[in-house]
Design a protein around this ligand. Structure first.
Ligand SMILES: NC(=O)c1ccc[n+]([C@@H]2O[C@H](COP(=O)([O-])OP(=O)(O)OC[C@H]3O[C@@H](n4cnc5c(N)ncnc54)[C@H](O)[C@@H]3O)[C@@H](O)[C@H]2O)c1
Length: 291
């Protein structure tokens, strides 16, 4: 068990990839505070944990991550309930405002940044305070997104907010290294959760739609995120800090996706091998692929 006797907080743990991470952390021996705005869904996460036999190791706290006093209470809750704090997963999120920049209102922008950026800032700030006081290091993991890595990968405000999370993670990792507090971010691609699934379609339909969006043949799940978060939370990643880890089935590895833009299938022609000799005057050699 890679997180035996560790105490973790998971914001956004009532649903989606947060819930899957809560359950995986419990399986790995952790005690977990599920911190979320959605109390009804939070109770469902607790019910799933209890059904698996981990009921004593988990609790729910209604939290708005955009409120500093809520985030302070969340940190105190972990210490009061389980005696210490080792891991904070700042994961809660929303889509935020989606629309042309000339139409975005200030309050819509503020809501997006309050949840996605200020929420992570508060999480890092108060985790850092308790970790420094405890004097035994700590782990902070922040959910960013592939949207924060380039243009064209998500809505404008959301992408700007996630880029902030990636940068804040790097700066915080430098500030907190002396205290042995590791700070990393994850950049999910398309993951099937309530955020990416329209209520109008079935889970199967939503999954089938996401299947085709990245090189990997099937779509990402909350469990794919949970596995990476547990790796970042445990001592296997002792020397990993300041990183932004993509979990995207190769979505960002495609880069400009040249073959699609040239109107050819993504795989080009996998039955032929070409040696292009450019403008040397020598011919391109084409041969069949041998295996
Ligand atoms: N699903 C994807 O494809 C994808 C891709 C990249 C990044 N992300 C990010 O992953 C994180 C989790 O998203 P998800 O896909 O699991 O979505 P989700 O909607 O299934 O879960 C998000 C959870 O965050 C909670 N939440 C929202 N605002 C909150 C607030 N102010 N305070 C406390 N809790 C709040 C919600 O109640 C919900 O339980 C988000 O930060 C999201 O931006 C998701």
């Amino acid at each position: 068990m890679r997180l035996k006797d560790k105490v973790a907080i998971v914001t956004g743990g009532a649903g989606g990839m947060g819930r899957d991470t809560v359950l995986r952390m419990l399986e790995e021996g952790a005690h977990v505070v599920v911190a979320d705005f959605n109390a009804e869904q939070g109770e469902q996460t607790l019910a799933l944990a209890s059904a698996a036999g981990w009921g004593d190791n988990v609790c729910f706290l209604k939290v708005d991550v955009a409120s500093e006093s809520d985030v302070k209470s969340m940190i105190e809750c972990a210490c009061d309930r389980f005696g210490q704090l080792d891991i904070v997963f700042n994961n809660a999120g929303v889509g935020g405002v989606i629309g042309p920049i000339w139409d975005v209102e200030e309050d819509e922008w503020d809501y997006t940044f309050d949840v996605l950026v200020k929420g992570v800032f508060f999480g890092i700030k108060h985790a850092a305070r308790i970790f420094r006081r405890q004097g035994e290091g700590g782990v902070i993991i922040n959910t960013a997104s592939v949207a924060g890595l380039s243009g064209g990968c998500g809505p404008l405000a959301y992408s700007a907010a996630k880029a902030s999370v990636i940068n804040m993670t790097k700066s915080a990792s430098v500030q907190l290294a002396d205290d042995r507090v590791r700070v990393n971010s994850i950049c999910p691609g398309f993951i099937l959760t309530g955020l990416t699934k329209s209520p109008k379609v079935s889970t199967e339909q939503a999954g089938a739609h996401l299947d085709g969006l990245q090189p990997w043949p099937d779509h990402g799940t909350g469990n794919d995120i949970a596995g990476t978060v547990v790796y970042l939370a445990c001592d296997d990643s002792r020397f990993v800090t300041g990183e932004a880890i993509t979990i995207d089935g190769g979505l960002t590895a495609i880069g400009p996706d040249m073959w699609q833009r040239f109107g050819q299938p993504y795989e080009a022609d996998m039955t032929k091998n070409r040696l292009n000799r450019g403008t040397t005057g020598e011919q391109t050699v084409v041969r069949d692929v041998q295996e």
